[in-house]
Ligand binder design. Structure first.
Ligand SMILES: Nc1ncnc2c1ncn2[C@@H]1O[C@H](COP(=O)(O)OP(=O)(O)OP(=O)(O)O)[C@@H](O)[C@H]1O
Ligand SMILES: [Mg+2]
Length: 367
């Protein structure tokens, strides 16, 4: 069926006008002086500013310090060659920062050249793919180290046994040598056991998460020479959760110990609990979870280990073995939970998410 060209044209512009307001993609239009002349509602939501506030402002208000600059936009106006830049970090207003992919193209509006900028926010996508990648790397590194540790452990036992037998044949002066072998073998066995990580199934019972944290507090109060006190910010409404209290204690203790090693007396460490709803844990939607945050205001995680923080044998300390966080990660995973970290100077936060209940048959399968 044929329709008149005019009718199609009218329909087209009608659809275009009303649909642009309902697009999920954020759209920004600049006039030929590169000033903002239109934002669709998705762009208003992304920038948290209304068109009323932004109309007439220069594009630079949004794109300063990015690869989208005046020279490129002028070139686009003259050549009409569209371009797409990914990973543009937009810092707009106080504390509002996001990463976007921006496509810029030349358009005509009322016969006057304009520029159309389409934004796609990619922070969430980036975060998810980074998490998946790090997860795979963590499993690969852990399995490799576990395999190696296992191989070292057996001959080490033999070595120690032989030294013990030999020492019976030797005089006291010569026994010094076998004692040294035995001591060093014990030190290595200790390390190898930590490399192998927790190997027992968790003993799941219902526990009050705050009693578990108070135990950590007690241990810390005896063991730290700097007399750092833990501040507490608890949500008393969290119901009892199904967990192995010793394992959760160990995980939190490893994290708190790191914070103590990183900060000085002017800094603080806070244990914070909250109920978290609708979280994704290991790809599964969890309606309700207990969230334990360990927050310090120290120097932050060194940049060079931020991406591999949870891998075994990654340490920022000269005397660290780099196993504390990897072990904490294993313990939290045994509970089908999630351990993550956000860190910048003055604010480091380790976040443990634990489902309120555990599926016992799943525990056996996964551990
Ligand atoms: N709260 C924190 N502030 C600053 N850096 C931290 C913090 N927590 C961890 N780190 C850094 O992360 C590194 C890895 O920690 P992890 O507990 O895995 O190993 P480690 O403490 O070096 O050794 P281990 O725990 O086996 O004795 C630490 O060496 C430290 O550089
Ligand atoms: Mg540690």
């Amino acid at each position: 069926m044929l329709h008149s060209r005019q009718k199609i044209q009218a329909l087209k512009s009608e659809y275009q006008q009303s649909l642009v307001n309902q697009l999920v993609t954020a759209v920004l239009i600049l006039d030929k002086n590169l000033n903002i002349c239109y934002l669709n509602p998705a762009a208003e939501a992304l920038l948290i500013k209304s068109m009323h506030k932004l109309y007439g402002s220069s594009f630079n208000l949004i794109f300063s310090n990015t690869s989208i600059n005046e020279a490129r936009l002028q070139q686009l106006l003259s050549t009409e060659q569209e371009f797409t830049d990914s990973d543009i970090v937009i810092e707009f207003g106080k504390n509002h920062r996001f990463t976007a992919e921006v496509t810029a193209s030349a358009v005509e509006f009322k016969h006057i050249p304009h520029l159309l900028l389409e934004f796609k926010q990619i922070d969430q996508q980036k975060q998810i793919s980074l998490e998946v990648f790090q997860q795979q790397q963590w499993i690969a590194a852990r399995d490799l180290i576990k395999g190696l540790a296992h191989e070292i452990k057996n001959p080490l036992g033999g070595l120690r046994g032989a030294a013990q037998l030999l020492s019976k044949e030797l005089n006291q002066e010569q026994q010094e040598y076998t004692t040294m072998i035995i001591e060093q073998a014990d030190r290595l066995t200790n390390l190898v056991d930590r490399l192998l990580g927790p190997n027992q199934l968790p003993e799941i019972k219902k526990h009050n998460i705050h009693s578990v944290l108070e135990k950590v507090n007690q241990v810390i109060s005896y063991s730290n020479n700097q007399r750092i006190e833990l501040l507490r910010d608890y949500d008393p409404s969290i119901p009892n959760i199904e967990c192995d209290q010793e394992k959760i204690q160990q995980a939190v203790l490893n994290i708190v110990n790191n914070a103590i090693q990183a900060i000085d007396q002017n800094n603080t460490i806070t244990l914070k609990t909250r109920i978290a709803s609708n979280k994704t844990i290991n790809g599964q939607k969890v309606k309700l979870a207990a969230q334990i945050s360990i927050v310090d205001n120290g120097p932050g995680i060194p940049d060079k280990i931020q991406d591999t923080l949870f891998y075994p044998m990654v340490s920022g300390r000269t005397d660290g073995t780099g196993l504390g966080l990897s072990i904490a990660q294993t313990l939290i995973k045994q509970h089908h939970g999630k351990l993550s970290c956000i860190s910048r100077t003055g604010h480091t936060e380790f976040i443990i998410l634990l489902p309120l209940t555990q599926n016992v048959s799943l525990l056996k399968e996964n551990n």
